[in-house]
Design a binder for this molecule. Structure first.
Ligand code: AMP
Length: 394
């Protein structure tokens, strides 16, 4: 697979598909610009190498209709500030107006097109929509890791149809870090898997059993594993249809000699809203009328031991309901332990990245992915469709 620095882009119209899907407050202000900052190196490289830079992205879920609430105009402003350069915003992403604007560009100019998802064709991977985008450029660059697990027109159909299609520096960084951890020979390799559901992480767990030396389970999915072993889990979240699957996963881990760590205590309450009457209980004593909402201190000590010993760590999924302060301790402690360890540590995007940011440990991780769904698919051992499309092109 080629990247933007492997080809000649001088004087050419370079279309960079970015992931500018940033959070906005009710007044349309950007509340976190990390996703914009992550692609600056690619944009600056394209400008420095005298290409005409056409940026495109999606934002939110406008469902194929124009909706000012999801306009990329605030992103153009922030980009201009971050780059300290002029960024022209175009109020559409295809059509004559856009073509006219693009044909008037000079080398080093930057334009940002309006939200790709204002057209149904984007999410439907429509060839017609892709053909409209193809009229705008000579070179296609994908730097939108967060959408690479989707077969959407601007990352899939376009990449397949473009004459020159390459990756950007963010995509390169993401793929390299995941490749480094998943194929690391620095052992022990510890996978920390949390979050809400076993079903969402099942393929990831199965793939990691073949790669990791130790697997730590946190979050609500621990209860499906505990119930499968016959323990009372009270009102905790459980996937009853996956009890046999949970047993099979534990058996597979045992057969492969992979150590499987479950929490040994939980912070329990009647509900997520019950933030005053919580209590910590061992896994043998979860009350019938309560649910486990975080891992307890003893689990943190146990997991910390395992993490301290690791040389490679991958983490996906919070240890508890980190969004609520009294149930965020487990996630905070595990983030701290991973941050303090000298291991190569890669953190999945989405909720996990948000949790690490919330507990202010981001700077201590080797790498935090910008894509939740895309990083999970890499942990599942899959090739991302949009990456496969780039690999297929010449
Ligand atoms: P996921 O997207 O699968 O990584 O799940 C993340 C979500 O899992 C977060 O919103 C957490 O609040 C939630 N979660 C983690 N632990 C628990 C728990 N013990 N009970 C209920 N929800 C949980």
């Amino acid at each position: 697979m080629k990247y933007i620095n492997d080809i000649n882009i001088a004087g050419r119209r370079v279309f960079i598909r970015c992931d500018f899907n940033v959070p906005l407050d009710e007044n349309g202000n950007i509340t976190d610009d990390n996703r914009i900052k992550q692609v600056l190196t690619t944009i600056e490289y394209a400008v420095d190498n005298k290409s005409k830079v056409i940026l495109a992205s999606h934002l939110g879920r406008p469902k194929g209709k124009k909706n000012p609430k999801y306009s990329l105009a605030p992103v153009a402003k922030r980009l201009s500030t971050l780059l300290d350069r002029r960024v022209d915003f175009v109020e559409d992403c295809i059509g004559d107006k856009v073509l006219k604007k693009v044909s008037s560009m000079k080398d080093g100019d930057i334009v940002l097109l309006e939200n790709l998802r204002f057209y149904e064709g984007e999410e439907k991977n429509s060839e017609e929509f892709a053909k409209e985008l193809l009229k705008l450029f000579d070179v296609y660059v994908n730097d939108a890791f967060g959408v690479c697990h989707r077969k959407h027109a601007s990352v899939y159909a376009v990449a397949k149809m473009a004459e020159v299609a390459v990756g950007g520096f963010l995509l390169k960084r993401e793929l390299e870090y995941f490749d480094k951890v998943l194929n690391s020979n620095k052992k022990p390799f510890v996978a920390v898997i949390g979050g809400a559901k076993v079903s969402g992480k099942l393929e990831c767990l199965i793939n990691l059993i073949d790669k990791a030396d130790k697997i730590i389970i946190g979050g609500a999915q621990a209860f499906t594993f505990l119930k499968a072993q016959g323990y009372e889990v009270g009102k905790s979240l459980v996937e009853d249809d996956l009890l046999q699957t949970a047993k099979d996963v534990m058996k597979k881990a045992e057969d492969r000699g992979v150590k499987f760590y479950l929490p040994v205590d939980f912070v329990c309450a009647e509900s997520v809203e019950d933030t005053l009457n919580y209590e910590t209980k061992t896994y043998q004593e979860i009350p019938k009328d309560k649910m486990g909402l975080d891992i307890g201190d003893a689990s943190c000590i146990l997991f910390k031991e395992v993490i301290n010993d690791a040389k490679t760590i991958v983490w996906n999924g919070p240890m508890g309901v980190f969004e609520v302060d009294v149930f965020a301790n487990g996630t905070r402690n595990i983030a701290k332990a991973i941050g303090e360890s000298k291991a190569l540590s890669v953190v999945g995007g989405g909720d996990t990245a948000e949790a690490v940011e919330k507990v202010q440990e981001s700077k201590n991780m080797s790498y935090i992915s910008t894509g939740g769904g895309a990083s999970l698919e890499l942990l599942e051992g899959k090739v991302l469709p949009a990456v496969e499309a780039l690999e297929e092109t010449r």
